[in-house]
Write a protein that binds this ligand. Structure first.
Ligand code: ADE
Length: 239
């Protein structure tokens, strides 16, 4: 997969070139093309923004340098703008994007885009109901969530399947050595060797974490008879 990013701050993107994603870049499992759209301005001061028509505070990013930067790409694939007013990003979007050959992200900074920039994009996507100073961190989060799903990026490919969100429940708690840390013991069932009991315990814990932290995720879920029983138990445990 090739990913282009139009940004005023290409230097911010070092996290994507580190660790597993960095190894993936070296191994050519994916490719990152950072384009500074300030290089596509035509005035001496390299302005990328201007005051809003109709007045008001702040500045607005102009369409011209962004359109020129987009047109400079040999191909673009799906074009995505990161902005707080977009649809909220989620795992399902990452799974959909991971099937594309190419993605192009457009990052704003400090200010909004001229409305005509949004019309250049296929999707406008937010990472949540809060405002950041720019689209770079959201873009990095979205790229990370997408690229880690590509074949050969995660060491253990099973780990992308087994985790939070992919089954509609949050992840169950995990433990590793030592079995006793300053009196805090690992739940006995996990050291019992009884695989069925372990699977049941994990299912129960995943349901409990979801009920406590993300009850909204249970609203659209059709619970099995076993899960309904577990949920009754969780509620009585909490009473
Ligand atoms: N730019 C600024 N805030 C943002 C957010 N929450 N999501 C996506 N892009 C943004």
């Amino acid at each position: 997969m090739k990913i282009n990013v139009l940004t005023l701050f290409p230097d911010m993107f070092t996290p994507l070139q580190t660790s597993m994603l960095g190894r993936g870049l070296e191994d050519k499992k994916w490719d990152l093309n950072l384009v500074n759209f300030r290089n596509f301005t035509s005035d001496v001061h390299h302005h990328v923004d201007d005051t809003p028509y109709g007045g008001g505070a702040g500045m607005v990013l102009q369409i011209m340098p962004i359109k020129k930067a987009l047109d400079s790409l040999p191909s673009k694939g799906k074009v995505i703008i990161t902005a707080p007013q977009g649809k909220t990003f989620n795992e399902e979007m990452a799974q959909r994007w991971a099937k594309e050959d190419e993605l192009t992200f457009i990052c704003g900074h400090y200010e909004g885009f001229d409305q005509r920039v949004y019309d250049l994009a296929d999707e406008t996507v937010s990472i949540g109901d809060y405002v950041l100073t720019g689209g770079e961190l959201p873009t990095m989060s979205m790229i990370d969530a997408t690229v880690r799903l590509l074949p050969g990026i995660l060491g253990n490919s099973a780990s992308a399947v087994e985790e939070s969100f992919s089954h509609g429940l949050l992840e169950y708690p995990q433990y590793t050595r030592p079995a006793d840390f300053e009196g805090q013991k690992v739940p006995e069932v996990l050291t019992s060797g009884n695989h069925q009991k372990i699977a049941e315990w994990r299912h129960y814990q995943a349901l409990k974490a979801t009920y406590l932290n993300r009850p909204d995720m249970l609203k659209d879920r059709v619970l099995t008879a076993e899960e309904r029983k577990m949920l009754d138990q969780i509620k009585s445990e909490l009473d």
